[in-house]
Write a protein that binds this ligand. Structure first.
Ligand code: BTN
Length: 245
């Protein structure tokens, strides 16, 4: 992973770029990185803000066999980020906010955007875009109370190149676990999800649920399993629910 690398000083969006390439220009493990992403996109049609030259904004292309489990792969990449940050900070205050955020001290330090492209009904490519706030120290007013960066916690700036190469090594390792459908991977993800084993609030299809649900962790499709107050287990995809934490 990351053997074939395309770097741009500036690009609208690394995800959009790798999606725009013709199929014969795409290899499994391809990496696209930019220093200045001008129209970064996030989950749920949000924007992804990233100060030029300060952070990591990159996309990885996968051509996996097991297409139905790809939400777990996104979470596996999030876990790779959690592991990396835990090594930097030696601190348990890093966790995954299902389905696609990484939190540091309760604030967002990284986000992932996974997109699929099909050729007929065959999966042609899976694009996992990662934005990680590394050395950015101020954020626009709309997100400043919810965003943080590695530098803000560390107190000094951090070199991005070794961070990226360490992350890629970890992602490759998780990818291999994911392919083997390793139970340990799901367990590792669950152990690091905010709210795991706790009663949490939920918005289901935009509607706030009065009762809380106990989070049982993800299943092998990456859906969240929740115990309702009647003792029944329900599974939810990321399109259906938002967690209220
Ligand atoms: C989110 O938090 O909603 C996901 C943010 C994903 C941002 C990354 S940055 C690299 C890649 N290119 C994009 O346009 N978005 C992703």
């Amino acid at each position: 992973i990351g053997q074939s690398l395309t770097y741009f000083e500036e690009l609208e969006s690394t995800n959009s770029y790798v999606k725009s390439l013709p199929a014969d220009k795409i290899d499994h493990g391809m990496l696209c990185v930019t220093d200045n992403q001008t129209q970064g996109r996030g989950q749920y049609e949000r924007e992804w803000e990233s100060e030029s030259g300060q952070n990591l904004t990159f996309s990885l292309v996968f051509k996996p066999q097991a297409r139905e489990r790809f939400h777990v792969l996104t979470l596996a990449c999030a876990l790779a980020i959690v592991d990396q940050l835990q090594e930097i900070f030696n601190d348990p205050q890093v966790c995954i906010k299902w389905p696609n955020d990484v939190l540091l001290n309760g604030k967002k330090v990284a986000g992932l955007l996974t997109e699929t492209m099909f050729a007929g009904n065959k999966l042609d490519r899976l694009v996992i875009g990662i934005g990680m706030n590394v050395n950015q120290t101020s954020f626009s007013p709309g997100i400043s109370s919810e965003a943080t960066s590695v530098q803000l916690k560390k107190g000094h700036s951090v070199e991005r190149e070794p961070l990226l190469s360490n992350l890629l090594r970890r992602i490759e390792y998780k990818y291999n676990l994911w392919q083997r459908q390793h139970r340990a991977l799901i367990k590792g993800i669950n152990r690091n999800i905010v709210g795991y084993g706790q009663w949490v609030g939920l918005k289901v299809n935009g509607e706030l649920k009065k009762n809380t649900f106990k989070m049982l962790g993800i299943n092998e499709k990456g859906q969240l399993l929740m115990l309702n107050q009647d003792g029944g287990i329900e599974s939810f995809s990321y399109e259906q629910i938002r967690l209220i934490t």
